[in-house]
Design a binder for this molecule. Structure first.
Ligand SMILES: Nc1nc2c(c(=O)[nH]1)N[C@H]1C(S)=C(S)[C@@H](COP(=O)(O)O)O[C@H]1N2
Ligand SMILES: [Mo]
Length: 316
């Protein structure tokens, strides 16, 4: 855990030069600032709200987990190893300016700023189940677009077999690897066909607003049929590669965290049964509901064919 000195380093004084899109908390702070008559930032009045989001039918029958739970119970080790820490320690995380570089086995490598990321494809709402390997689950109304829209833009070469992702890392704003117990920058990977699958999203918001820092602002991966740790937050680099890339949790504990990490109730984690899960906020006020975990987190009809002929016990 963190001592006070570390916390001081991480909590930078709030900086009012954020550009156009601003996480809700910053926006609200600024509103209070405005109300106090300190300075004029009227142009930022719409910050936080994402306009023109296409409502889809996707998952609309699911009951979304309340915003309060999604934004106060988080795994984001760069900002603390406790679920309640990221909301506090990521509060002043600087996510503007931001760029995402897409490179490697592509004909047209490019670096996009956040405005360009937002214009890759129309923003859609997708309500997805999310299952953490630790045994809790949530239902998230994401805003984002299929990752394949971005990958097609850079024109993958025939050698592109995997996609490697990397999270931003700044030791002045984040924990050290030693403090967190995992290697930074956080890295993840997908097989090319998984990355191109229409369910796989680049997420830029929840509940119609930009991502709060603790949820992986400004842009993160969302892979709903895999355990939560595959959905890497605050992405700065996407590299198309020939060989299966290393992944942070696999490096930390290989027997527990495989490359595939498809949700599978038949294959247990050494410390956690994967047969059941606790759905947060579904059992009344702050309560949880114990439910059976579904293979591929219930998305098997759409993704099982990706794994035909693959031993999912060996390739956990
Ligand atoms: N960079 C980074 N990405 C990360 C993590 C992390 O610690 N660092 N935690 C993962 C885990 S274990 C989960 S369950 C989800 C949690 O996402 P949420 O906080 O939006 O629910 O983020 C994933 N992405
Ligand atoms: Mo997780």
């Amino acid at each position: 855990m963190m001592d006070e000195d570390t916390a001081m380093l991480i909590r930078k004084p709030s900086d009012l030069r954020y550009s156009d899109v601003t996480p809700k908390q910053v926006y609200l702070n600024r509103r209070r600032f405005l109300a106090a008559g300190t300075a004029g930032f009227a142009a930022l009045a719409q910050a936080g709200v994402l306009n023109g989001v296409q409502k889809t039918q996707f998952g609309s029958d699911e009951k979304a987990t309340p915003y309060k739970i999604l934004t106060t119970y988080n795994n984001y080790y760069e900002f603390g190893t406790g679920k309640d820490e990221p909301v506090k320690l990521a509060r002043n995380f600087r996510t503007s300016p931001w760029t995402v570089t897409v490179e490697g086995e592509v004909a047209k490598a490019k670096t996009l700023d956040l405005d360009a990321v937002m214009k890759v494809a129309p923003l859609e709402e997708r309500i997805y189940r999310h299952r953490c390997v630790e045994g809790w689950s949530i239902v998230v109304p994401w805003v984002g677009f299929p990752l394949n829209a971005l990958l097609k833009q850079v024109e993958p070469t025939s050698r592109a077999k995997y996609v490697a992702f990397e999270t931003f890392y700044d030791p002045r704003q984040m924990l050290s690897s030693r403090q967190a117990g995992i290697q930074f920058p956080y890295v993840e990977g997908l097989r090319m066909d998984e990355a191109m699958h229409p369910l796989t999203l680049l997420g830029v918001g929840i509940y119609g607003e930009t991502l709060p820092p603790q949820n992986g602002a400004p842009v993160r991966l969302v892979v709903p049929w895999k355990y939560g740790f595959k959905s890497i937050k605050s992405i700065v680099k996407i590299k198309l590669v020939e060989k299966q890339p290393p992944t942070t949790w696999n490096i930390a504990w290989g027997e527990a965290y495989g490359f595939y990490s498809n949700v599978n109730p038949d294959v247990d984690h050494p410390n956690h049964s994967q047969a059941v899960e606790e759905r947060l906020g579904a059992g009344g006020l702050l309560g949880v509901q114990r439910i059976k975990t579904q293979k591929f987190n219930g998305y098997g009809d759409q993704v099982a064919s990706l794994y035909t002929g693959l031993d999912l016990r060996k390739n956990y």
